[in-house]
Design a protein around this ligand. Structure first.
Ligand SMILES: [Zn+2]
Length: 513
């Protein structure tokens, strides 16, 4: 058996299904390009039949990347298979991912189908897709709660019909490692043609066991893991890509398997996703959290200083964590800047380098020391602003102990310049009220957070906000050395995304595994 564990990334499909994680097409392409730099084996780009927006996203991602296989999810319906096939048509390595629920509880309450109906639907859909392409993955939704002998029968039939990868997901995050591993051992033993296909694990983290269950599956012959950047996903999330990849790499001695992941791209990927969806990574998150490599306790620090291996099982540089050393400053040229971008995992071809370099020069005037994280924030700031309806032009704020905080904002709205002023409880509040006045949108502000990207009072401040309007929740981000300005940029970014979402056709209730 091969020692290569394939990494199947579903950040753009399962990950996007979690609240507040929706991304527009350009943002999905930015993530897909980063996934290609990570060297993932498979990108699940979306669920083409679920909405015209999803179809478009799958189609554009399929065109944007070359080395990974690009898949669309599909139910066992004619129109789904058809939409998926059309969406991945232009991919260099196209594939389809067909699923149907197989547990009795889903059959009875969700599908209203018999076991025989489900078996027929599964084999029909696989045969239908097989006429058009070879790369077919089949999933038994809620596999971990499905009768094993019934599931073995379905797997045998879909393999016969042409499925090349069989995924047995723990859709509800209900399994524990020993049990999930044993399920794969049992099914692989029972299924005819089991050694001709690749077995895949797809776990949810409801009990905090997504990574542990995926590793147990690998120990039982699974050679594909489905996961997301930062572990985002429905409810408690999916198996975290960075955790499962680094567990495999760090404990190669025990597991004897490897992935093809370029681990130095892990940290840039985590940062990019976090900035796009506006969800900060918790400090204690393994691998990519701010504290993952920080040693506070005196004894530990002493040990680490003498020999890093006393307490560090991984090296931060292997994950691509910037060392935060001074790299560039006022006198750095365009060439040095572009070089540094490449070292940070940013593709200069996919970025407006001129605009980013101009923003870098402006930042250098304000800030004595420019760190890697500042540069990443600038780049993400530039990639966020494309095809916008609202553009922030100017901002004046005033506040003193005796006076009510006051803000005057100038914005361009669909090409027309507008100014408004407002007072508020604080400068950010006043500025937000002025922006609401100009834009004519007055959403509920559900979350607002400020984070200093690097140390010092001249650091770039990164503001994330989450706004809700007409049942739609979107995140916005802004980065600037002035936090009121960063706050205004974050809100304007959120309003633009709200506007873009309004123009898209509303997606039906999502389904998945
Ligand atoms: Zn899932």
């Amino acid at each position: 058996m091969t020692d290569h564990v394939r990494i199947f990334d579903t950040t753009l499909r399962d990950g996007e299904q979690s609240p507040g994680c929706t991304m527009n097409v350009d943002e999905k392409i930015a993530i897909a390009r980063q996934l290609e730099r990570l060297n993932v084996d498979i990108i699940e780009a979306g669920f083409a039949a679920s909405s015209p927006g999803d179809f478009e996203a799958v189609r554009r991602v399929a065109e944007a990347v070359t080395s990974p296989t690009v898949l669309s999810l599909s139910r066992t319906r004619d129109e789904d298979v058809d939409a998926a096939l059309r969406a991945i048509d232009q991919a260099k390595n196209p594939g389809i991912h067909i699923f149907i629920a197989t547990s009795d509880i889903h059959l009875k309450y969700k599908l209203n189908m018999t076991r025989e109906d489900v078996l027929n639907a599964a084999t029909w859909a696989v045969s239908r897709a097989k006429k058009h392409l070879d790369y077919i993955e089949f999933s038994c939704e809620d596999a971990s709660r499905t009768d094993w002998d019934y599931m073995a029968m379905i797997c045998s039939e879909v393999i016969q019909a042409g499925a090349r990868i069989i995924n047995l997901p723990d859709t509800t995050g209900h399994a524990i490692p020993e049990e999930y591993g044993r399920m794969f051992a049992y099914i692989r033993e029972k299924v005819e043609g089991a050694d001709k296909v690749i077995w895949s694990a797809h776990c949810h983290n409801d009990l905090g066991l997504g990574v542990a269950n995926s590793l147990a599956a690998i120990m039982n012959g699974v050679r594909q893991v489905e996961c997301t950047i930062n572990g985002i996903g429905e409810r408690a999330g999916n198996t975290s890509m960075e955790e499962v990849v680094m567990a495999i790499k760090t404990r190669r001695d025990l597991m004897n398997v490897k992935t093809g992941i370029e681990t130095r791209q892990i940290y840039p990927a985590s940062r990019l996703l976090s900035q796009i969806i506006g969800q900060p990574v918790p400090p204690n998150k393994p691998i990519v959290g701010d504290n993952a490599f920080a040693h506070e306790a005196g004894i530990h620090q002493d040990g680490v200083l003498k020999n890093k291996l006393t307490y560090e099982i991984m090296k931060p540089e292997d994950i691509g964590i910037p060392s935060n050393k001074l790299v560039l400053g006022k006198h750095s040229g365009r060439h040095a800047f572009i070089n540094r971008l490449s070292e940070l995992g940013v593709d200069p071809k996919a970025t407006d380098v001129e605009k980013a370099f101009a923003a870098f020069k402006v930042l250098c005037d304000k800030k004595k020391i420019v760190y890697d994280d500042d540069i990443l924030a600038l780049i993400n700031e530039e990639t966020r602003r494309t095809g916008d309806c609202f553009e922030l032009l100017d901002l004046k704020v005033g506040s003193s102990v005796r006076e009510t905080p006051h803000a005057e904002v100038t914005m361009r709205v669909m090409g027309e310049e507008r100014t408004a002023d407002a007072t508020g409880d604080g400068m950010v509040d006043a500025c937000y009220k002025a922006i609401y006045r100009i834009s004519g949108i007055n959403p509920a502000l559900e979350r607002y957070s400020v984070k200093a990207i690097t140390g010092g009072t001249d650091a770039l401040g990164e503001v994330s906000c989450l706004v809700r309007e007409n049942g739609m929740t979107v995140a916005g981000q802004g980065a600037h050395s002035d936090i009121v300005m960063a706050s205004a940029m974050a809100l304007v970014n959120a309003l633009n995304r709200l506007k873009a979402r309004e123009n898209a056709v509303a997606a039906p209730a999502s389904e998945g595994l």
